[in-house]
Design a protein around this ligand. Sequence first.
Ligand code: TMP
Length: 204
Amino acid sequence: MTPFVVVEGIDGSGKGTQANLLLERLKELGRDAVLTREPTNGAVGKLIREHMQNPFLDDKSLALLFAADRIEHIEKEVIPNLEKGRVVISDRYVYSSIAYQGQTLDPDWVASINDHALRPDAVVLIDMDPQVSLKRVQERDESMEYFEMDMRFQEGVRKTFQSLSKGHHLPESLKTDFIVVRGEGIRKEVFERIWDKLERHVMG
Ligand code: TMP
């Protein structure tokens, strides 16, 4: 099957921009590719986004909803596109659940409710200091989702992402190749750093 690549990072790390640049590069090189995201635009994803605007779920229910949304994502978007020979790039995936929901819940439990998740071929982790990323988020003309507001929370998420990239807290089924890139600086330069390490995964 064609490669399945995930882009992860804290809020404001620029991962959405980098995922788009990756899609453009692949298309320029004649590779068929699609960009998906979590939470999805499906029914469960919409419920999650409503919760983020105005919280009404407890942490465990939210974690289970992210896992349910992921099942839909994998079955309706990821696998069908891989089967059509397209590279699939996902803006966030199971590693976000472990990093975010793992701040208040047992990360092993969060991993265990996601053991259905298809293993990606590579995860690009955009690593960034939350002091810088939260400034970016504040400058964006969007309403701040509640996860985006708390610096200490984002620091915890960053640390968990870093330890996931070293294989800690990950069941065997979710271990994969992590490409860790610093997110500060000009977006095109950040992208070239990613491409340098990712090319062999997506063009090989
Ligand atoms: P976004 O900013 O990439 O659209 O993601 C929306 C928020 O959802 C972001 O704050 C991270 C959070 N999130 C989780 O908490 N757990 C998850 O499993 C996923 C996919 C996202």
